[in-house]
Design a protein around this ligand. Structure first.
Ligand code: NAD
Ligand code: K
Ligand code: MN
Length: 349
């Protein structure tokens, strides 16, 4: 590759404050990566209010036909049903078949070379789970959600999780489910992930991976250590869509802020970096959004594409800024702005 074409979809809220920071960090990498070429693309609630479409077809087409990868910010989805609106990020994950949402939750050790206290990855199935319908009966409105779990989606997210586990020192995989209540849907997820090591062609590749299971509610409980021996229960956690979403926000509390937790939406042919957090309406426009989750998402995206040197430089710069602790946004008890933090990162790249 001579150039790296990166679609930029800041979307709404603080997405527009943190995605430009990720762009600046990528630009600072110079010759460590192919020359980046950014393509600005629309999606989101504001796009919907202006055009009536939350995810313009052009955005999907450009991502599909012209981009090597993308960065997505966050969308402000309303809590009430709005006719014609549906979340563009949910649609994009499906359109581009980005079936795995990989969410590393990692704390920074006080000294270089020390083990971080928190180091786990939530692997969230990204294409199915809940579908809603509303009908009106003669007694009033009725809302239903259908939970869809397929063998195909569970198998491929399971295989992704085993691959990630294999690359970790502890090689420990926990399957998250609630098969005690949802025995048919979550039962299928659990069974299918368990069977991944026996699939044709695997040939014992995953023999070194230890497998544990945890019901989703007690998994949230066990995320927060009550005793030292509980400290490192989880390594890779693989979960159906909704549980993975909830678990990763809970895990973010362990590292001090949602503004630190990155992700990639990954498929077999495309990768899209995205901070785990939403559009943060409570702080939008104040210039204090933490840009580190987005910079780390850019690093994850580059790492996924094999640009390890560039990814390492971004992560190391972020680690240094956190470790030094003098230039942090208010979510991390600092007094600095988004721009201050970005500049501190750029100086260390
Ligand atoms: P949120 O993640 O936007 O915010 C939760 C809390 O974390 C807020 O107090 C916010 O200020 C803080 N926070 C989040 N990111 C931060 C950052 N980078 N720096 C500093 N503080 C940060 O979650 P919410 O308030 O539940 O949702 C707000 C909106 O975001 C909703 O419309 C929701 O639909 C949307 N949302 C979108 C996505 C997405 O785009 N994938 C994900 C989650 C929520
Ligand atoms: K987001
Ligand atoms: Mn979420």
């Amino acid at each position: 590759r001579q150039t790296l074409k990166i679609g930029l979809i800041p979307a709404d809220g603080i997405g527009r404050e943190v995605i430009p920071a990720a762009k600046a960090a990528i630009e600072a990498l110079g010759s460590d990566i192919p020359k980046p070429q950014f393509i600005d693309l629309l999606a989101g609630w504001e796009t919907f209010t202006k055009t009536g479409v939350a995810l313009p077809q052009e955005t999907v087409d450009v991502l599909r036909n012209e981009c090597d990868c993308a960065l997505f910010g966050s969308v402000s989805s309303p809590s009430k049903k709005v006719t014609g609106y549906s979340s563009p990020i949910v649609a994009l994950r499906k359109e581009l078949d980005l079936y795995a949402n990989i969410r590393p939750v990692l704390s920074v050790a006080p000294e270089v070379g020390q083990q971080p206290v928190v180091d786990l990855i939530v692997v969230r199935e990204n294409t199915e789970c809940l579908q809603e319908v509303q009908t009106t009966t003669d007694t009033g409105k009725e809302a239903r959600a259908t939970r869809v779990i397929t063998e195909r989606a569970s198998r491929r997210i399971g295989q992704m999780a085993f691959e990630l586990a294999l690359a970790r020192p502890r090689k420990h995989l926990t399957i998250i489910h609630k098969s005690n209540v949802l025995s048919i849907t979550d039962g299928l997820f659990r069974e299918t992930v368990r069977k991944v090591p026996t699939l044709p062609g695997i040939d014992g590749k995953y023999d070194g991976v230890t497998i544990m299971e945890q019901l989703v509610d007690s998994a949230v409980y066990r995320l927060f250590p009550h005793h030292v021996s509980e400290n490192r229960v989880f390594d890779i956690m693989v979960a159906p869509n909704l549980y993975g979403d909830i678990l990763s926000d809970a895990a973010a509390a362990l590292v001090g802020s949602l503004g630190l937790v990155p992700s990639v939406n990954a498929g077999d042919n495309f990768v899209m970096g995205e901070p785990v957090h939403g559009s943060a309406p409570d702080i939008v426009g104040k210039g204090i959004a933490n840009p580190l989750a987005s910079i780390r998402s850019a690093a994850l995206m580059l790492r996924h594409l094999g640009y390890t040197v560039g990814a390492d430089r971004l992560d190391t710069a972020v680690d240094q800024v956190i470790r030094e602790g003098t230039t942090l946004t208010p979510d991390l008890q600092g007094k600095s702005s988004t721009t201050d933090v970005l500049e501190a990162v750029l100086r260390r790249i």
